[in-house]
Write a new protein. Structure first.
Lengths: 304, 304, 304, 304
């Protein structure tokens, strides 16, 4: 993957029986690759993809289908995070067979109180590394996963197989330091979030991971950055000031699904019990999206 | 189940291939029922049982085996918590077939940032309640599960099928209030932790849930409480002042496994990557256990 | 002071010009000493006394007046917490001149990010200890003061001059351990809060600190405990289940002031900008207090 | 003040008797104004200035002396935060007399548990606003001050007298949104921290507040930004990746004092009980500073 890189995690559309809707998934993946020019696609790797609600068989089917639908146009990173170690290993084996470019693995929450130690974390990642030849993305997402200290993050980044880091915090003091001590130090490539994208690039980080349609705005930020048009990059970055923050009490997946529905690439509702945005919230979101680069697409789609 | 109730969650012994060691499980369950007089046994329901590391098939096998080994001597509550809704429902169906007395269900972490709303939580528990005729234990364990406010806990307790609550916090301001507004108000039975057991009973709560060998001490607390020998109950409660707190940086499962190994009912090491206590830590733990009622058992066992 | 001990921190009544209302202070102190039989009175020592809103001269006047109004009936502990070290020392000198029995000193918040180290804390308490011959109460109140770890609390408790500890948390795992390692170990006397009073006594702690009128309920808990009537003690302890928890979004001082106004010993409103309870909240509080031992007093007073 | 603005809070040098060392203060203020071209100087306004350790008279003297030493070269903002409302008002009156350009006021911690409500906060700021004609800086610093939600921050920013906001968090999701909803919306000017400076400017914020010598690096960031040389701005911003983060366990004031001592503008040690950096830490800091623009100054000074 070229850097700076835009890694995109497609949302998971469900039908009325809560099965994955493959038609909508296909349409979305085409959008992500053709329109947003994702540098890499994540299959069932981040919580916003609602993969945790799937049974293991459903999740494996989603991974396979995602790889097929990407069709080699860009590399695919397969999420192998699972509380059960053997299941994570089985998913890594499957990723290898499917031709994945990398696996993404959440720094695991210690389930019985207190954070994992550095030894716990290193041992865990080394165990997975012994089982796969693929590069590993260390996925940091406190809540579903562990809170990993700066020192422990650096220790994990120094493992040879850990070649990418996906950071979910918006703590710029932490991220500034980790970009310097990990990415600029040559240990691993550092990826952050949509809110952090421009400053990540300016500080020498490698990019960001996010779902659509945020990735359409992010594409323009990356392009402007590469073209050294920093003012334009900043204008696009400002489009992440209110979107998605103002609706985050609903959670990221519901907001992004609502935005996709707005721009004419429908992906349906969030998996229950999480509620979609109310009609009023959707209207406010639509008004906000009109102030972004997504507005054009929306109008085009609305005219269809 | 009689109240006050002592609910016990057996630890999961693993062999060298990380499969469940049924011989050790049997020995432990006998201890829990015969020696500690558990009022109910939990099958694969709390994180200390390390069930999250198991594949789904392994977990189902553990549940079935636990029910068999209990053999009807006491009721069994089956843990059905699973990130995937359909899997949780399938586990609830299985629990019913196995003759379980109740199912235990974790208030789920919203996986994509921010806490679930009250509507999310109520909808989730109602969905499960429609799928099973069994009483439901609302399991509160922030970290693996959601942080649930006092008001939302009360709302969930008022659901007819929610008949038990397992609280994991040691916040006595919260628990005092919830015992009053839930247990004494007649909505559900309130169970807490070993550290909270005596004050829970004194305030009108219903008991506590814990793994062995803590449950051996807890049995004496409950017995003394029922006998209205409160001073003696307090003396036993003091035995939870240092055990397990002093070793909790290792996590509850490793400490309890080390204590079981000490008292001669071996259950092996924690599931990787979590480390067992070091030799020095084991020695300190042994010295501490000598000051508790577990000392006698230990000496007896050591003499075998 | 005899132990178990009930330490009471009178609320600070303000008049319309926001000066201390001495008439109401006198009435309240008589209530605290004569009716509630406080074992010790705190002068301007805990935040619920709203002393932080006072200028230094006003605070000194409040301390002197409190000592005078207590009039030697019980020992007085003077609060000397102040962000400025020299001011804290000056207050300690004044306490000595006034014949105080002890000084109370908040474990200080490090004002510029991050917690104080153990060395910082020990050095701070040693500096004050060199300046006064009085026993020191280590006051733990994270928020206004530092979050102090279990290990650091024990280190401070071992300082010879630190003879009392006032803990504000309701974390029973923490408090159980600290009572064992500090109070039962002979390093210092451990005092907690109204919610924790009975279990503190049962575990071997020394008592609790609180404002009126909670102390009237607490008196009965302590008396029943001393009389070994633990069931009765538990019944009184249950009266702290809803009061003050249900109104704590207003803060402890406003709730306690409202309760005092209800029982006929008026102390006015909280210091601005903090709002008194609304009429509706007062009515709910009154209904709650009717279920406690304060009900009788209230009726008597209402008849006056 | 011109925007983007660099607001500088000089450190407070203490002599061996813990009195303010005016000679060193003068030298530092000249550095801040002449070399770093501060757009505004803060007198006793942020915790890094260690003003909370001063008695009220000492603090007033520090404010007066700072105003004198600045000598009208740039505007001065006077810190009036004080737990006692009347004292904060008295400080605001004094600021006016001294010709201050603004007052800075911490969003106050509610001292008796729980956060202040929006009404509490608005009422507090309105009370101060009635007492002074000066613009007010809303100072957000959770810990010493309250944690203020996004919605409450916006409500305070809409008060006419609140014209500046100083944000201490490094949460870019929060700050992105607040710059859009406050600064770009015209309610108040938004200032952040050294780590956030470049992205703050790119998103349309107004600048940052910080102590020396960080402000010397920040000056170059602001100058490069104004000159639209964003790559150069980013290079300077990267100099805040490790400095001060790697030494923040000591606290910001000790790190900044150590850095000033290194660059030849000595300001002594932190106020007790906080410890200065160890010799080893100073050496590591010196090595880090050599990689920044402060290196040149340091060499020059070392040669003197």
């Amino acid at each position: 993957m070229e850097c700076p890189g835009l890694i995109v995690a497609p949302l998971t559309p469900f039908d009325h029986e809560l099965n994955v809707d493959e038609t909508r998934l296909r349409r979305q993946i085409d959008y992500v690759i053709e329109d947003c020019r994702a540098d890499m696609v994540v299959a069932a790797g981040v919580e916003t993809q609602e993969y945790t609600y799937l049974s293991l068989d459903e999740r494996k089917a989603l991974i396979r289908r995602t790889v097929e639908l990407v069709g080699g146009r860009v590399p695919v990173m397969v999420g192998v995070s699972h509380p059960a170690l053997k299941t994570a290993i089985a998913l890594a084996h499957e990723a290898e067979i499917l031709g994945a470019a990398a696996v993404q693995l959440l720094a695991p929450l210690r389930p019985f109180a207190g954070p994992p130690t550095r030894d716990d974390l290193v041992s865990y990642f080394e165990t997975i590394a012994r089982e796969t030849g693929l590069p590993i993305t260390l996925y940091l997402n406190p809540g579903p996963g562990a809170e990993v200290s700066i020192a422990d993050t650096i220790a994990l980044a120094k493992l040879p197989r850990v070649q990418f880091i996906k950071e979910s915090s918006r703590d710029l003091a932490r991220v500034s330091r980790l970009i310097a001590e990990i990415d600029r130090a040559g240990h691993a490539r550092y990826f952050t979030t949509m809110q952090m994208l421009l400053i990540t690039l300016l500080l020498g980080g490698s990019g960001a991971t996010m779902p659509p349609p945020a990735c359409e705005i992010a594409r323009l930020i990356v392009d402007a950055f590469v073209a050294k048009d920093y003012q334009r990059a900043a204008e696009f970055q400002q489009q992440f000031a209110l979107f998605p923050a103002k609706w985050m009490h609903r959670g990221l997946a519901p907001v992004m699904k609502a935005a996709m529905n707005q721009i004419g690439i429908p992906v349906g509702d969030p998996y229950p019990p999480y509620a979609p945005l109310t009609r009023e919230e959707v209207n406010e979101l639509a008004a906000c999206l009109k102030t972004t680069v997504l507005a054009r697409r929306k109008l085009v789609e609305a005219a269809e």
